[in-house]
Design a protein around this ligand. Structure first.
Ligand SMILES: [Zn+2]
Length: 278
């Protein structure tokens, strides 16, 4: 949800569409710096949560951040920006911050993984009393992006000194583009079994529900409306009815236009997939 006019407004926008979970940026996501969140914005944010009962809030970090960058200037900026993101999330008592692990830009996956783990360890050390969990998002494997294999995320997590502070956000479109099929019940179960054996299902703290414009294994990151892409409806039915994920925030990042009809239609379709319990 857009935070135009103040972060507190995102809650009202979500409530208008009957959302039960909302994902927000903590500042303008195309800039390195942002003005601090005011006390007033924070109290309005809490008041709007109370008023609407909308309490499943997750944050997503700024797109410029790359914790695997070999460029020292970019890396330093990324660390400063991540520290600021954690401060903002904590100020708003948002429990989790979703991040794209990073792109190694030619240095290799192993190097990138080490750098990301080191960066997260440094951030957690600096923010020792903090509670905000960082959720590493599964990626499509576009370019030199890290996180398209469950093994990559498992390796980062195993190198973290405070494992309780990291989790995973599974993006349906990204894993599909990365080659994990979820279109049939059999493939869905085997992909999740793989996730569980490599990362652990308990680490799954959020789900991005997006269909994919591109085919299985394309390694291209292009979102499509639910049921209109290469994944199709069944995979979303499996997730929406999977008891293991009942309490996990599920977020759509599907094309927004036209607003708000596109969001409303994607949400309507997802809710229609929920089978009533007899
Ligand atoms: Zn996503």
């Amino acid at each position: 949800m857009s935070i135009a006019g103040g972060i507190d407004k995102a809650i009202l926008r979500g409530d208008e569409l009957s959302c039960t979970a909302v994902q927000i940026f903590l500042k303008n996501n195309t800039r390195w710096e942002g003005k601090p969140i005011s006390e007033k914005e924070r109290s309005d944010f809490f008041a709007n949560q109370k008023k609407t009962g909308l309490n499943h809030i997750v944050a997503h970090n700024c797109y410029l951040i790359n914790l695997a960058s070999p460029d020292e200037t970019i890396f330093k900026k990324s660390m400063r920006a991540m520290s600021d993101e954690l401060t903002r999330a904590s100020f708003l008592q948002i429990p989790s911050l979703i991040i794209h692990p990073g792109a190694h830009k030619g240095m290799g996956t192993r190097h990138g993984i080490n750098q990301i783990a080191g960066a997260l360890n440094a951030l957690f050390k600096e923010d020792i009393k903090g509670k905000v969990k960082i959720l590493l998002e599964t990626t499509a494997g576009q370019g030199t992006g890290i996180g398209s294999r469950f093994e990559d995320l498992a390796q980062i997590i195993s190198d973290i000194k405070r494992p309780a502070r990291v989790g995973v956000c599974l993006d349906t479109s990204h894993i599909f583009a990365a080659g994990y099929d979820i279109r049939t019940k059999k493939d869905y179960e085997s992909t999740l079994k793989e996730f569980d054996s490599i990362i652990g299902i308990k680490k799954l703290c959020a789900i991005h529900l997006n269909d994919s414009k591109k085919p299985l294994g394309s390694r291209l990151d292009r979102y499509e409306n639910i049921g209109k892409g290469s994944i199709g409806l069944d995979a979303f039915r499996f997730i929406m009815n999977d008891e293991r994920f009942a309490e996990i925030p599920k977020i759509i990042e599907t094309p927004k236009e036209p607003e708000p009809q596109a969001d409303l239609e994607n949400l309507r379709i997802l809710k229609s997939l929920v089978e009533s319990i007899s």
